[in-house]
Every structure is written in structure tokens, then in C-alpha cells.
Design a protein around this ligand. Sequence first.
Ligand SMILES: Nc1ncnc2c1ncn2[C@@H]1O[C@H](COP(=O)(O)OP(=O)(O)OP(=O)(O)O)[C@@H](O)[C@H]1O
Ligand SMILES: [Mg+2]
Length: 299
Amino acid sequence: MNIVETKGLKKYFKRKKQLIKAVDGVDIFIKKKQVTALVGESGCGKTTLAKTLLGFYNADGGRIILEDKDITRIRENYSFVRERIQIVFQNPSLSIDPRYTVFRTLLETLRVFKKVSIEMAKGTIIDFLNKAGLDETCLYLYPHQLSGGQAQRVSIARALINNPRVVILDEPTSNLDVSTTVKIIDLLAELKDKESLSYFFISHNLKLIAKVADYIFVMYYGKIVECGPKDILYRNPLHPYTKLLIEASEYKLKSAYIQGKSKEGCVFRGRCAIEKPHCEVEPEAKEVEPGHFVFCHYI
Ligand SMILES: Nc1ncnc2c1ncn2[C@@H]1O[C@H](COP(=O)(O)OP(=O)(O)OP(=O)(O)O)[C@@H](O)[C@H]1O
Ligand SMILES: [Mg+2]
């Protein structure tokens, strides 16, 4: 069962007369109570896709469906979306207001949907801080007084405090050290079950994705190139880009990224090992085994 779906979703930016097709005709789905992952290297459009789902940007094409409701026209659906989808960003120091204490941050969020007195709010705030593995001692601290892990826990508490159904996790641990990452990932897994959440987990780290995901979308330059259940995708990656992602080190990916601009047709042209002339035509999705789709003419 899908809680979120997109059909042909597009978000373009204009920069110095250049059109950047950050999200270019994307079909994804987020399954209820599962971890749906989005993987792809830096700049491929992951955050733009997340922000478009949340209504931070108006889509330039396509549709977004949330719980069977078309929410593409964001102005008309703003509170419907905000009540149901929340996001945790990579860098809490950018997403938490530095002028607010932890208490105030959570109070403001709580008051977006409910009129609550400070006294009533306090109980809820402490409850969600506890859920996120923090206690009352941090209530009146400012963001700069928190460690990276603590700040990310505040972001998690803030994302959950209005009981959303879907939480987008945009590289939630990429600013954290290894041991803090493990703790935050464990916490997210625990909260997912306790609070019946569906996650959309964005990362360029395939090792992490392998740990957390149920279903994976692989994105390249604004397009999905392959998707499938985690076990199947790791056992049988088919798209040349997915194979590269699984094999390559981060260093190779970053350097390859700069070279790999493609024009018409398959988005992976110019970087693909099995490219042929027909790749000038954009490939459609092929279902190669149940739930496993690949966008390539030669698979
Ligand atoms: N507000 C914006 N205005 C103009 N261009 C943008 C804007 N936001 C993103 N872009 C461009 O859109 C493309 C996709 O960016 P996006 O941030 O979605 O990538 P990403 O996959 O999240 O990368 P990262 O892994 O580094 O976070 C990039 O070329 C980026 O420069
Ligand atoms: Mg991003």
C-alpha cells in the first residue's frame, strides 16, 4: 500500500539562462510503514524531490498523491500535507533556529496545528524529547549548546511532535560520526515501529541504505534509473549506474559526476559502459522481476 506517489513529477530551476532539470519526470512511491530509500550522488535532485513533495516548491509538471488525495497544487493542500509529512534535514544547525531554545523550537512546531498553553505543551514536548532520547535538561538550551547528535535528536522530536504519517530523512546522519550515526539509525528504526511511520530515506551512502531500506529508488540527474526491493536490487543490480554506485568508492563517484552530463535520451549517456546509438531515445521502465524496474534499452 502506497502512502505517497508521484507521477511524472518535474521541478526545474533556471540559473544564468541554463535550465536545470533537477527532478525530471519522476515516478516514485512511498510504501506504508516501510523504509523507502532514494539513493544517488550529490546534485542528482534528491533534496529537490523531497522539497517538492513537501510543497516547498511548486511542481513544474506531474502529480503528487498523498493518501489518495492529489496534493500537487500546494497552496490548496498546505495544512493537509504539513500534518502528514515532515522532514529531518542533514544539517540541524541550518534547520533549527539558532535564536530559539529547544523548548521554544518544539513549542512553535506544536502550535502550528494546535492551540496549546505552555503548561500543556511542556508535557508533550518532554514526552517527544524522551522519545528522541533526550531529557528535560536540554529544554532551555540553544542549538549551539547541543552536540551534533543531540541537535539531530531535537530535529527528530520536532518532526514527530505533530504525529505525521511520513517522515522524509534527508541524509539525516551524514554530519555525524560513526557511533552517533549508529545510535540515530537505531532510534529511527525504533520510532518507526512505535509511531507507525513511513520513511523516505535519502542518502548517497549505499552501505547505510543497505541497512535501513525496504525498497530503493536509484536516481541519476533528475531521473529514476532503477528501483526495486532492497534484497533484489543488491543481489541483481542491472542498470550500469546502479552497478557503478555499488562498486565505486565515493571519490570515484564525485569525480565521475562532473564529467557525466548527458543530453537527449537516456540520462546516463556519456558515462555508460554499454552505450549504443539507440540510447538517444529515452528508455521506458522495464519490469525485470516483480517490483524490480530498470530504465535501460539493453537490459
Ligand atoms: N533553489 C535552487 N535554485 C537553483 N538550483 C537549485 C536549487 N536547488 C537545487 N538546485 C540545483 O538542482 C540540482 C539538484 O540539487 P539537489 O540539492 O536536489 O541535489 P541532491 O541530490 O540533494 O544533492 P546532495 O546529495 O549534494 O544533497 C543541482 O544541480 C542544484 O544545483
Ligand atoms: Mg541534498
